[in-house]
Design a binder for this molecule. Structure first.
Ligand code: SAM
Ligand code: SF4
Length: 326
C-alpha cells in the first residue's frame, strides 16, 4: 500500500510488551513507568489478526519488538503462528539479548529469520550504569547463540551518547573486521522528555563517521534494495558491515516504509507521532478482517511527510521508546 506521499508501506514493527528487564537511560525513565495490566496489552490472537490484515495490505516484513520481547511468555509459539500465515512475511526480532541464549534455537525453529541485538558498551561497569541493571556476559553469550542458531546476518544496534559510550564507537566498528555482523550506530532520539540524557547528548552521524574513519577507510555500500534508514559501509578487509542511522541529523522520512503497533494496540503512523489511532477498541468490538484492513489503511494515510525534531513546533510525546518499540 502507498501512502499519500508515494511511499510504499510494507514493514510492520509490532511491540509485544512494554515491559523490560533492563532500564536503559536513553530509553526508559527510572521512575514513573506505567505498569500496564495484561488486559491492556493485546493478546497474541489479536496481534495475529493485525498481522494477517497487514499482510493483506502488503506488509512483507514484521519486526517483533518491545520493551523486551523475550520477557513475554509464549513468544516462540506466537512466532510459529506468524510463520504459518498464508503469504507469511519475513519475521525479525530486536532484543537486548539477555535471554537470547535460552531461546535462540527455538526461535529459529519457529520461523524467526534473524535478530538485531542492542548493545551499547563492552565494559561491564558501564553496561550496568547505562542499563541501570547488568548482564553484559549474558548479552555476549546471546550474540554467539544467535549466530550458532543461524539467526543471521546478525545486527548489533549501538546508541552512542556523548560523554557516556561514544568513545567505544571504534571498538564496536572493529567487530566488523572479524565477524560477518552489521554494526549499526543509531543517533540518540529525544522521543520523550523524561530521560536521563538531554537532547544535546546526541552524538551526530557526521561525528560517528569521523570515529569510524579512525579505524580504517570507509567504503560505501551501494543499496541494492530497501535497506531501511541505515547508510551502509565496510572496511576494505572487513567481513561485516557498518550502518549509520542519522535519525535526527539527516532524517530518512522520504524513504520511510513503516507502520508501528504498540503492545497496547495503538497504531503509530510515525515514530514521533503524538496521535495514536486506537486499534485495540476496534479489535475488542469484534472487528472483521476487512475492518482491520480499513483501519490500517487509515493509519497509513495519516503518515506525516516527515518528523519535526529540532523545529519550533516539535512536541515530545508522553511515551518513552520502550512503549513504542523503537
Ligand atoms: N528491548 C529491545 C532492545 O533493546 O533491543 C527492543 C526494544 S528497544 C526500544 C528497540 C531499539 O530502540 C533498541 O535498539 C534501542 O537501542 C533503541 N532505542 C531506545 N531508545 C532510543 C533512543 N532514545 N534513541 C535511539 N534509539 C533508541
Ligand atoms: Fe529495555 Fe530495549 Fe529500552 Fe533498553 S532499549 S530499556 S532493553 S526496551
Amino acid at each position: 500500500m502507498r501512502d499519500k506521499f508515494g511511499r510504499t508501506i510494507d514493514y510492520l514493527r509490532l511491540s509485544v510488551t512494554d515491559r523490560c528487564n533492563l532500564r536503559c537511560r536513553y530509553c526508559m525513565p527510572a521512575e514513573g513507568v506505567p505498569a500496564r495490566s495484561h488486559r491492556e496489552i493485546l493478546s497474541y490472537e489479536e496481534m495475529l489478526a493485525v498481522v494477517s490484515a497487514g499482510v493483506e495490505m502488503g506488509v512483507r516484513k514484521v519486526r517483533i519488538t518491545g520493551g523486551e520481547p523475550l520477557v513475554r511468555k509464549g513468544l516462540v509459539s506466537f512466532i510459529g503462528s506468524l510463520a504459518a500465515l498464508p503469504n507469511a512475511p519475513e519475521i525479525t526480532l530486536t532484543t537486548n539479548g539477555l535471554l537470547l541464549s535460552d531461546h535462540a534455537k527455538a526461535l529459529k525453529d519457529a520461523g524467526l529469520s534473524r535478530v538485531n541485538v542492542s548493545l551499547d558498551t563492552l565494559q561491564p561497569e558501564r553496561f550496568a550504569a547505562i542499563t541501570r541493571r547488568g548482564g553484559l556476559d549474558k548479552v555476549l553469550a546471546g550474540l554467539h547463540a544467535a549466530e550458532d542458531a543461524g539467526l543471521t546476518p546478525l545486527k548489533i544496534n549501538m546508541v552512542p551518547i556523548r560523554g557516556v559510550n561514544a568513545d567505544e564507537i571504534a571498538d564496536f566498528a572493529r567487530f566488523s573486521l572479524d565477524h560477518p555482523w552489521e554494526i549499526r550506530f543509531i543517533e540518540f532520539m529525544p522521543v520523550s522528555g523524561n530521560l536521563d540524557y538531554p537532547p544535546e547528548s546526541r552524538f551526530p552521524a557526521d561525528d560517528i563517521l569521523a570515529e569510524l574513519a579512525r579505524v580504517g577507510e570507509l567504503i560505501p555500500i551501494e543499496r541494492t534494495g530497501p535497506s531501511g534508514p541505515a547508510r551502509l559501509y565496510r572496511f576494505a578487509q572487513g567481513r561485516g558491515r557498518l550502518g549509520v542511522i542519522p535519525a535526527v541529523s539527516h532524517h530518512f522520512c522520504s524513504e520511510c516504509n513503516r507502520l508501528r503497533v504498540t503492545a497496547d494496540g495503538r497504531v503509530r503512523p510515525c515514530l514521533f507521532s503524538v496521535d495514536e489511532p486506537d486499534l485495540r477498541t476496534l479489535l475488542r468490538r469484534g472487528a472483521t478482517h476487512d475492518e482491520i484492513c480499513a483501519f490500517l489503511a487509515g493509519a497509513i494515510c495519516a503518515k506525516p511527510e516527515r518528523h519535526r525534531i529540532g523545529e519550533a513546533d516539535f512536541r515530545q510525546g508522553p511515551r518513552a521508546m520502550h512503549g513504542i518499540g523503537g
